[in-house]
Each structure stands twice: as C-alpha cells, then as structure tokens.
Design a protein. Structure first.
Length: 473
C-alpha cells in the first residue's frame, strides 16, 4: 500500500514538473534586431517603448569573443503565439521580425533583472552604428525553422567587422583633421595679444628680454570757419602729420619700459593765400607698463601704465603765434592709468582710465594781443576708453573703441592784467581699427578716428608697424 502511495506521488510530481521543463526548453521570443553596439540597441529599445512595447536586450558573446546585443519584444511558450506576435509587429510597424528560441546563441535565457536594467538604460550619443535587422540584412541570429550555416555567419560577422574598422579609421582621420585646426593655448594667447596690440599699446606686455620697435604714422585734420567781417567768413584748415619711433624693452615678463620720439610736420592754411608750416621734433616721452597679476581665471587682465613727457618740441608759449606753429605742448606732464581686458568668446573687451597731471610753465615772456604772458598753469585731464576687438581670420582682426577726455581749465598769468582762466574742454572720438598679420613677426595696425565735438579733429588716421626681437639668445 505504501509503495502504491509513493508511486502515485512520484507520478504527480513528474506531471507538475514536466510542463515547466518543456516550457523552459521550448520557449520562443520575437527578435527584431541584432546590434554590434549597445548604444544602438538602447536607442531601438527606447523607440519601441514609445510604441507601447516592453522590449529588452539580450547580450550574446560567441566562442570567438564577438558580442551582439539582441533586441527582443516578448517571450512565448508556444510557437504559434510567437508567430502571431511577429505578424502583428510587421503589420503595426512595417519592420521585419523573426521567431527564435530564447536559448539561441546562449544556453541560458536573459534574467528578469537584466531585462529590467537594459530596458531603462538612457540613450547615448555618437555615430549611428551598423544594425543588422533580419531578414533584410544578413541576420546575426538563427531562426528556429531556418538555421544559418556557421561558416556563413562567421563570414557575415567578418564583413561587418571590416566595415566597422573602416568607419573607425575615417573617424580617426576626421578627429586628426579637427585637432590640426584647433589652436593651442599659446597660439590663443598670441592671437589675443595681437588683437589687443592693434587696439593700443597699453593693453599688453612682452616676454622678458624682448626688444620692440614700432613706426607710427599719425595724421590729423582740423577745419573751422572764422567770421572776420560782417560779410566775410575765413576758412581755416590745419594738417598735422607725426612720424614717431616707439621703442620698448621687457625688463621682466610683467614689466616693460618704453621711449617715444615724435617728429612733426604741420601745415596751417588760412583762406586761399595765407599758410604756415613747420617741421620739428615733438615732445619726447618715457613710460612703462606693469602687469601686477597673472592672466587667467574670472578676473580681467589688468596692466598699470604711466609716462612722463618732456617739452622738447616747439612750445606754443615761446613762438610768434602770428607766424609760427608749435610742435609740442610747451610744458612737462605725467600720466598714469589702468587698462583692463577680458576675453568673452568670440570677442575681447578692453578699456582704460587715466589721469594726466600738467606742470605749470613759468618764466615766460610771450607777446599776445598786446599783452605779455608770464605763466601758464595747464589744466589736468581725465580720460577713459572702452571698446572691443575680435578676429576675422587667422591674420586679420578688427576693433572698435570710444575715447572720452575731460580737461580742466587753464590759468594764464599776465604782466599787465590779473590772471585769466579758460573754460573746460571735452574731447570725444570714435575709433575703428584693424590689424593685419603678414607673417609671425610682421604686422600692420591701422586706425581711423572721427571727432565728435568741436574741440576734436575732424578725423584721425594712424598706421603702426611693430617689430619684436628676442634678445635671450
């Protein structure tokens, strides 16, 4: 009796386990693609999820180490159910799909944990890899009803591998071409320096033991009308041409000393028959540029600059004002300022603020309109500039700037009468400049200025040709 009872229990257990084993061995799935790159499989999974499917990725590695990522829709225990799902998928999406065993390429079915993990992996960027979708392309899976020849599958994988290697070679070549087009940090700093040099000398310093020489040509034109009689207007035109030699030497990496020697030519035309001209030395000046902090970070590049001017040109307080023209200011002056510049890609913003102190000129004895001028106390001045520069190409840059100067009144001391004082003056100019680099060591900087007040020249044109020599060797 006990043996009979044991036999019945054994038969029941077998009947319960057998369907499960059969199901495990004969499980089927709907497979829609086999991808060589996981990113491509993830993008397909994300796309299928938007269409209402619950796909997952099955990772398979063959005996040669080649890995494929199989995109599957759903698992079935019956072949007919899987075929029905394939037909429904084709009708709904218009894409190909196939029935395969869940154990295809692997004796073990993908776990539920892996299915959940891979179904929620976000999409990643990159070039679109080659995706083999059976049966249009050479399928990388074997169907249950039509198993591929292993040799043929290996040939297909070899062809796809060669295609992938060719694409990677092209990507490397493109990356190398892009790298050659990118400029290094040193080249970028040199380009920024060129843009700022075209805007003005006060925005840059030089490397230690570097000698700089610059030729500067400056032309200013003034024109104004004077009413001489009730019915007569006299036109005045003044042409000022200054040729300067500017030399600078970098004592340190952040400290540069400079010297400026100008030679002036002036021609003043009054009406149609009166004119005056003069050629002489202008006011010589010495100066410096000092950068207290290193460049970089969020702070702008700051340079402290200063100069001292000597009255070596013809003084306007010592000539015969009816016959001669002056080529200098006629007094000593000292200037100091701070310049700032900041790269805000793709432009470089720059600006400066400065103060000029003019020394009193004494011991004069100049006849003026029946009086004798004994002393002049020139008014000091405050100036500021703001602008921006940018590169048009590797060899051409442009800059725009606006300069404003406020000058306090000048006091005149006379022998015959009490002292008099002139009013304050305002100067306002708009500049447009460009820099042309002909070679790594040769460039040309040009600037055109337009006067905006009656005290300013009608227009200004200047050319600067800088040269640098490394004396370290």
């Amino acid at each position: 009796m006990i043996k009979l009872h044991t036999l019945v229990i054994t038969i029941l257990i077998f009947l319960l386990i057998a369907p499960s084993v059969h199901s495990q061995e004969d499980a089927y799935t709907v497979q829609v693609a086999a991808c060589e790159l996981r990113e491509s499989a993830e993008r397909m999974v994300a796309d299928l999820k938007t269409k209402g499917y619950t796909p997952y990725i099955h990772k398979h590695t063959d005996e040669n180490g080649n890995t494929l990522y199989l995109v599957r829709l759903e698992d079935f225990s019956l072949m007919d159910s899987a075929k029905a799902a394939v037909n429904e998928y084709k009708a709904k999406t218009g894409s190909e799909a196939m029935v395969t065993r869940t154990s295809a390429f692997s004796p073990m079915k993908t776990s539920a944990t892996e299915k959940a993990e891979t179904a929620t992996v976000p999409m990643t960027g990159g070039d679109e890899p080659v995706v083999a979708q059976p049966p249009v392309a050479a399928p990388a899976v074997m169907s249950y009803e039509n198993k591929r020849d292993p040799d043929q599958r290996m040939n297909d994988l070899q062809e796809e591998l060669e295609t992938l290697q060719q694409e990677m070679k092209q990507l490397r070549e493109q990356q190398e071409a892009r790298r050659k087009l990118e400029i290094t940090e040193d080249e970028k700093a040199a380009k920024e320096k060129e843009i700022l040099q075209a805007a003005g000398r006060e925005y840059t310093t030089m490397k230690k033991n570097t000698l700089g020489l610059e030729y500067n040509f400056n032309y200013q034109y003034y024109s104004y009308d004077v009413i001489t009689r009730a019915t007569e207007i006299e036109q005045h035109a003044n042409h000022n041409i200054t040729n300067s030699i500017f030399a600078e030497y970098a004592l340190l990496d952040n400290l540069t000393l400079n010297l400026n020697v100008p030679f002036s030519y002036k021609w003043d035309n009054t009406g149609t028959d009166q004119s005056k001209e003069v050629t002489d030395l202008g006011d010589v000046s010495v100066g410096f540029q000092y950068q207290p902090l290193r460049t970089g970070g969020s702070l702008p590049t700051s340079i402290v600059y200063g100069s001292f001017s000597f009255p070596m040109g013809r003084s306007p307080y010592e000539i015969n004002i009816d016959e001669d023209l002056a080529t200098g200011n006629g007094y000593y002056s000292a200037s100091a300022g701070l310049s700032l510049s900041k790269t805000i890609d793709p432009i470089i913003a720059f600006g400066n603020i400065g103060y000029t102190y003019n020394f009193t000129e004494v011991g004069l004895s100049q006849p003026r309109n029946g009086l004798t001028l004994n002393e002049v106390d020139p008014g000091d001045s405050i100036s500021g500039t703001i602008g921006m520069g940018f590169s048009l190409s590797y060899n051409v840059s442009m800059n725009f700037s606006y300069q404003y100067t406020y000058r306090f009144g000048t006091t005149y001391t006379w022998r015959e009468i009490p002292e008099t004082e002139s009013g304050t003056q305002t100067s306002s100019l708009l500049y447009i400049g460009t820099g042309w680099r002909f070679s790594p060591k040769h460039s040309l900087n040009m600037k055109v200025g337009i006067g905006l007040t009656n005290e300013d020249p009608d227009f200004v044109v200047s050319f600067r040709i800088p040269f640098e020599f490394d004396l370290s060797d």
